[in-house]
Ligand binder design. Structure first.
Ligand SMILES: Nc1ncnc2c1ncn2[C@@H]1O[C@H](COP(=O)(O)OP(=O)(O)OP(=O)(O)O)[C@@H](O)[C@H]1O
Length: 672
C-alpha cells in the first residue's frame, strides 16, 4: 500500500475541516432561526390567564434553551454509518437537537437521543451499524481539529488526543459538562432506565459527580413530562460544592433542577454534639424507637363517648372506643389516624341514629366527626403532635425513652441519648444535625413525605442511616442515583458498605464501580492510595488516566507559613486555579500570612472569582483545583477521628500538581 504524501494528506484534512466548519455555520444559522421562531410564538392562544402564564414561562425557557453560546461547540462528534438502511448516513451529536426549519432535516442530534448512544458506546466489539466515529476539537466556539476512529478494529489502540486534551485542560472556574467525552462505562450509568436505582462506588476523580449530573439531564430529556411533574433533586455535601457544580445542568439545557444539601432539606443544626451521640442517633435502630415513642402517645380510652344531637343523646361504650383505637393504632400515619378515628366514631354514632329510625346522610357523619365531644375524645386519646414535641419528650423523659427503646437500646445507649441538661420546652430546644434526621422521620410518621421522581445523592458515604431514610422517602415512588467513595467517609456514621446504604434508602439497587480516575495524576493518586489500607481496606487502589510525571512534590520545611506563601506564589504563576487546603483551625493564620504577603486570595465560599482559594479541609469534599497545596498532613489527620480519610480527600483534589508541605512528621501510613 502506498503511503499518502504528507502535503496531500494535509490538503485533504483541510478540505474536511472546511466542510465541517461549513456544517457548523449552517447549524448555527438554523439554531438562530429556531430561536426566532420560538420568539414569534405567542401565548395568546391559551384558554385562560393561568394557562397563558404557564405557556409564556415554557416559551421563555424554550427560547433560553435555544440560545447559542458562542464558546460552546454546537456539536462535538459525528458518526458515519456502515451503509445499512436503518441509520442515517451521517449524524452529528451535540448538546441539543438542531433542525433545518424548512424540511425538518436534523443537523445536530441531542446527545441524549437513543440513536446518539452509539457515539459513546460503539466500538470494534459492537459497531452498532456505524463505520466511523469522528471527534471534533474546538477553541472557544471555533472548530479547529478533528480525529477519526474507524470502528472495524483497524485503528491502533491509541488514546484520543482530543479526549486527553479535554481531560488535561486546566480548570478555571466552576465544573463543566463532560458531554463530549463521556466514557463507555460512564455512559452505561448515565443512560440507565428511570426505574433503576444505581449506586456508584468510585475512587476520587472517576467522574461520579459528572455522571450523576449527566444522568439527571438524560432522565429529564427522556422522561420530560413525568419528571416535570414529580421533580428531580441533586443532593450534595456543601453549599460550596453545589455552587461548584451549579453550571453543569444549565449548560446541558436543564434550568430547573433543584440542588440542595442535607441541611437544606432537613434543617441546619443549631447545636453541636459529641460524635458518639451523633453516631447513635444516626443508627437505623432509632427508626423503631421513634415509631414506638410516637405511638405511645395514643392513650387507652378510659371513657365512652356521649354525643348530644338536638334532644337525643347517643352513647358509645368505652370498650367500643377502645376497639376502634386499637384497630387503627400503628396502621396509618399518626396524623391521618386522627381524622380516620373521628370518622369511625361518627360512623358508629350514625349507626345508632339509624337504629332509632333516623336517616342521616354523609353530611351528618361529617358534622358529628367535627363535633366538640368527638374532638375532645380524640384530643384526649390521640393527641395532635408535632415532631419537635415527640423528640423533646423522648430526649428528656427517662420513662418514655425506656418504654420506646425497650429491647432495642441498652441502658448505656439510653443514657447516651438522653439530654444531660434538658431544655425547658420543645420550643426552646436546640437541634443537632442528627436530631434533624430524627425530626424528619417523625414528621413522616405523622404525615407522609411527598416523593420526587428521581434523586441524585452525591458523597452518599457520609450520610447516616437516618439521613438515608430521609432521602429514601423523598424518592419512595421514584428512583435514585447514589454516588460515593467508601474511602472518603469522614462522618461519625460513615457507611461501610453500599448494601447498607441501599437498605437504609429502602431501594433495590445495583452497585457498580468506576475505576479510572480523570482528575488526579497517577503519581498523586498512588501517593494518596498509601492511606487506603488504613481507611478502606477492602478497596483496590485506583488507576489514573493521567500520567502527570512531575505532579507530586512532598517537602519538609522549617517554616511552613513562609513555605506556604512561597508555594502559593509559585502556583499562581502557572495557569489555572490553586487550592490551599489546611486544617480548619489554621485558616485565619494562613489568611493573615497570604494577606501580609500581598497575595490575592479568598477563603472558600466567600467569593468564587479568585484564582487562589484558602480551603478549610472540612469543605474540600467534591472540589478540585489545578494546583493543590496541602499543609501539615499530620495536623489534618490528627484533628478528628476520621482524620486519615479527611487527608485522603485533601490529597486527591489536584488536577495538575500537588505540593505537600510539612514540618511535623507525616502520618506513618503516608510516610511509606
Ligand atoms: N469522561 C470524562 N471526560 C472528561 N472529563 C471527565 C470525565 N469524567 C470525569 N471527568 C472530569 O474529572 C474530574 C473529576 O470528576 P468528578 O468530580 O465527577 O469525580 P468524582 O468521582 O465525583 O470525584 P470525588 O470522589 O473526588 O468527588 C472533573 O473535572 C470531571 O469533569
Amino acid at each position: 500500500m502506498s503511503a499518502v504524501p504528507p502535503d496531500v494528506e494535509e490538503a485533504a484534512e483541510g478540505t474536511v475541516l472546511a466542510a465541517e466548519q461549513a456544517h457548523l455555520a449552517v447549524s448555527r444559522a438554523a439554531l438562530r432561526r429556531m430561536r426566532e421562531h420560538a420568539r414569534g410564538l405567542s401565548a395568546d392562544m391559551a384558554a385562560d390567564a393561568v394557562s397563558r402564564d404557564l405557556l409564556e414561562a415554557a416559551l421563555d425557557r424554550r427560547i433560553e434553551a435555544l440560545a447559542d453560546h458562542p464558546d460552546t461547540p454546537l456539536f462535538f462528534g459525528r458518526m458515519d454509518s456502515a451503509g445499512g438502511d436503518e441509520l442515517p448516513p451521517t449524524m452529528y451529536v451535540g448538546r441539543r437537537h438542531v433542525h433545518d426549519g424548512e424540511v425538518g432535516r436534523p443537523l445536530v442530534l441531542d446527545w441524549r437521543a437513543p440513536v446518539a448512544r452509539a457515539f459513546y458506546q460503539a466500538g470494534p466489539a459492537d459497531p452498532m451499524g456505524w463505520r466511523q466515529r469522528r471527534r471534533f476539537g474546538f477553541q472557544g466556539g471555533r472548530l479547529t481539529a478533528f480525529e477519526d476512529e474507524p470502528l472495524d478494529g483497524s485503528a491502533a489502540d491509541a488514546v484520543s488526543a482530543i479526549l486527553t486534551a479535554e481531560i488535561e485542560r486546566p480548570r478555571t472556574g466552576p465544573m463543566r459538562d463532560i458531554v463530549a467525552t463521556i466514557q463507555p462505562e460512564q455512559d452505561v450509568i448515565v443512560r440507565a432506565d428511570l426505574d433503576r436505582t444505581l449506586c456508584v462506588q468510585g475512587a476520587p476523580g472517576t467522574g461520579k459527580t459528572a455522571v450523576g449530573l449527566h444522568r439527571a439531564a438524560y432522565l429529564l430529556f427522556t422522561h420530560r413530562e413525568r419528571l416535570a411533574r414529580s421533580g428531580v433533586l441533586i443532593v450534595g455535601p456543601s453549599r460550596a460544592f453545589l455552587s461548584y457544580i451549579s453550571a453543569v445542568l444549565p449548560a446541558l439545557g436543564e434550568m430547573r433542577v433543584e440542588q440542595a444539601t442535607v441541611d437544606d432539606l432537613l434543617g441546619a443544626a443549631t447545636a453541636p454534639e459529641p460524635a458518639e451521640v451523633a453516631a447513635l442517633k444516626g443508627d437505623a435502630r432509632m427508626a423503631g424507637v421513634l415509631r414506638k415513642a410516637l405511638w405511645l402517645h395514643v392513650r387507652k380510652p378510659e371513657e365512652g363517648l356521649l354525643v348530644p344531637r338536638g334532644a337525643a343523646r347517643y352513647r358509645l361504650a368505652d370498650h367500643e372506643v377502645r376497639e376502634l383505637v386499637a384497630e387503627l393504632r400503628g396502621s396509618t400515619r399518626y396524623g391521618s389516624g386522627r381524622a380516620v378515628l373521628a370518622q369511625r366514631l361518627a360512623h358508629r354514632i350514625l349507626v345508632l341514629m339509624e337504629r332509632r329510625g333516623e336517616a342521616p346522610d354523609d353530611r351528618v357523619q361529617d358534622a358529628v366527626a367535627r363535633s366538640r365531644p368527638v374532638k375532645q375524645a380524640i384530643d384526649q386519646v390521640w393527641p395532635k403532635l408535632t415532631p419537635e414535641q415527640v423528640l423533646f419528650r423522648l430526649l428528656s423523659d427517662t420513662d418514655l425513652l425506656a418504654a420506646a427503646a425497650r429491647g432495642v437500646l441498652d441502658d448505656a445507649e439510653q443514657e447516651t441519648l438522653r439530654w444531660a441538661k434538658p431544655y425547658r420546652s420543645h420550643r426552646s430546644a436546640k437541634w443537632t444535625a442528627a436530631d434533624r434526621a430524627l425530626l424528619d422521620e417523625l414528621a413522616d410518621l405523622i404525615e407522609r413525605t411527598p416523593s420526587l421522581g428521581h434523586l441524585v445523592v452525591d458523597e452518599a458515604q457520609d450520610l447516616s442511616a437516618m439521613q438515608l431514610r430521609a432521602l429514601g422517602r423523598r424518592c419512595a415512588t421514584g428512583s435514585a442515583t447514589v454516588l460515593g467513595d467508601l474511602a472518603q467517609g469522614t462522618t461519625p456514621w460513615a457507611a461501610r458498605s453500599w448494601a447498607d446504604v441501599l437498605r437504609h434508602l429502602d431501594k433495590d439497587g445495583q452497585v457498580t464501580e468506576l475505576a479510572l480516575g480523570f482528575r488526579v495524576p497517577g503519581p498523586v493518586l498512588d501517593y494518596a492510595a498509601r492511606l487506603l489500607p488504613a481507611i478502606a481496606p477492602g478497596l483496590a487502589a485506583p488507576r489514573s488516566f493521567r500520567l502527570g510525571r512531575d505532579a507530586l512534590t512532598v517537602r519538609r520545611v522549617p517554616d511552613p507559613a513562609a513555605a506556604t506563601v512561597a508555594a502559593a506564589r509559585e502556583a499562581l504563576a502557572k495557569e489555572g486555579t490553586t487550592g490551599l487546603i489546611v486544617a480548619d483551625d489554621t485558616v485565619p493564620a494562613h489568611a493573615a500570612a497570604l494577606a501580609a504577603a500581598g497575595l490575592d486570595h479568598a477563603v472558600l465560599g466567600a467569593d468564587a472569582g479568585h484564582r487562589l482559594l484558602l480551603v478549610p479541609v472540612s469543605q474540600a469534599k467534591g472540589l478540585e483545583y489545578d494546583h493543590v497545596i496541602v499543609v501539615e498532613p499530620a495536623a489534618i489527620a490528627g484533628a478528628e477521628t476520621a482524620g486519615l480519610a479527611r487527608l485522603y480527600v485533601a490529597l486527591t483534589r489536584a488536577v495538575s500538581t500537588l505540593t505537600v508541605l510539612h514540618r511535623a512528621d507525616l502520618p506513618a501510613e503516608l510516610a511509606g
